[in-house]
Write a protein that binds this ligand. Structure first.
Ligand SMILES: *Cc1c(COP(=O)(O)O)cnc(C)c1O
Length: 371
């Protein structure tokens, strides 16, 4: 007879890494509500409200706005697989891990990929990116708004118009920026964007909000080849989220309750006050860190409020041991460096519900004790 394990015990952590971020009690409570059918009219109502609130948080009127079932990476693949046809030229800005992943995703979708790069910790030069768009006339131009691997905030206000001048589309990864920085899909004429629930939306991981403009949907509807992924085919998924309501896959019902509550909290707080809170708490952390001799490794003119990339002090020999002590002795998670920055930097996240002065004070006090 196999023996059953006892029920899991999970410690309380202060999540200040690159995500997941702290989840509000009411969001956890929403997850625990009764599971109902994914075709139940009451669940359809939940989906409609999730869509409406996603439109508000993305700041868009795009009809095609929904929560893709899967994490942020699924959202990225949904958009790439639907928007890239074999032979399309894709121009991707690469200054960290997530830009690099987009290159791979566009390639796998059959795109001919060109890149504009910047050093890790720097933003992609917007003028250089636009010049490259004018030269290559890509069907798809892609930038990462908040590079979570490097703490860089990417300027992108002028890119969409450049992409549109020759009929191309502009897509943005806003996994870490949505809910923490203005994304302003409509004002910036962004054609396609995806996010994830576990960064500044402060919901557990599991859904990927996506939004597509009419221009982007025109491309999807006029594809010459079927979308490679059946599961992520926007036309099929879109029919489940609105229109015919045809069964496509079993939506993660309770995750949608959680997202509903997380979005409700964001809109209750207000977008502007929320962005200001992220900025204020980031300033508090940077002052506290500066007083202790820490240095930022990202360009100070383009640093993210919700993800702080700091170099590890020379006095620290074993950085992984320090992070382990933070976790074991203080219950605080911070992130190590990713990719090229592994072992060189720490990433301190102040995302969503976790962007609070008390959290910063707890982090620096614990660092004082263990580092
Ligand atoms: C976290 C993250 C992703 C990937 O999201 P997952 O939920 O881990 O699949 C993509 N892009 C950026 C910028 C991220 O921070």
């Amino acid at each position: 007879m196999p023996t059953a394990h006892p029920p899991i015990e999970v410690p309380n952590r202060l999540l200040h890494g690159p995500g997941p971020s702290p989840v509000a009690p009411s969001v956890l409570a929403a997850l625990a509500k009764p599971c109902i059918g994914h075709m139940d009219p009451e669940f359809m109502r939940v989906m409609n409200e999730v869509r409406e609130m996603l439109q508000a948080v993305f700041e868009t009127n795009n009809e095609m706005t929904l929560a893709c079932s899967g994490t942020g990476s699924a959202g990225a693949e949904m958009l790439v697989d639907n928007l890239v046809e074999p032979g399309d030229t894709c121009l991707v800005g690469v200054n960290g891990v997530f830009g690099g992943r987009l290159v791979e995703k566009c390639r796998r979708a059959g795109g001919k990929v060109e890149t504009v790069t910047a050093a890790w910790g720097d933003a992609i030069d917007e003028d250089m990116f636009i010049t490259k768009i004018e030269e290559l006339k890509p069907q798809l131009a892609v930038l990462v708004h908040a590079e979570t691997s490097t703490g860089v905030h990417q300027p992108l206000d002028r890119v969409a118009d450049a992409a549109h001048r020759h009929g191309g589309l502009f897509m943005v990864d806003c996994v870490t920026s949505l809910g923490g920085l203005p994304v302003k899909i409509d004002q910036r004429h962004i054609d396609a964007a995806y996010s994830g629930t576990q960064k500044c939306l402060s919901c557990p991981p599991g859904l990927a909000p996506v939004t597509l403009s009419e221009r982007a949907m025109h491309k999807v509807q006029n594809r010459l080849t079927p979308v490679n992924s059946w599961y992520l085919d926007l036309t099929l998924v879109g029919n489940y989220w609105s229109g015919s309501r045809a069964y496509h896959h079993t939506a993660p019902v309770n995750m949608n309750y959680a997202l509903h509550e997380a979005l409700r909290l964001i809109l209750e707080e207000g977008l502007e006050p929320r962005f200001e809170r992220h900025q204020r708490v980031h300033t508090h952390l940077s002052e506290q860190l500066a007083a202790r001799g820490f240095e930022y490794a990202s360009d100070p003119d383009n640093s993210l409020p919700m993800l702080n990339l700091v170099t590890i002090p020379k006095s620290v020999n074993d950085e992984a041991a320090v992070r382990r002590a933070l976790l074991d002795e203080h219950g605080i998670e911070i992130g190590g460096g990713l990719g090229d920055l592994a072992g060189k930097c720490w990433r301190i996240g102040l995302m969503g519900h976790g962007a609070r002065e008390e959290s910063v004070d707890a982090i620096v006090k614990a660092l004082d004790e263990v580092a």
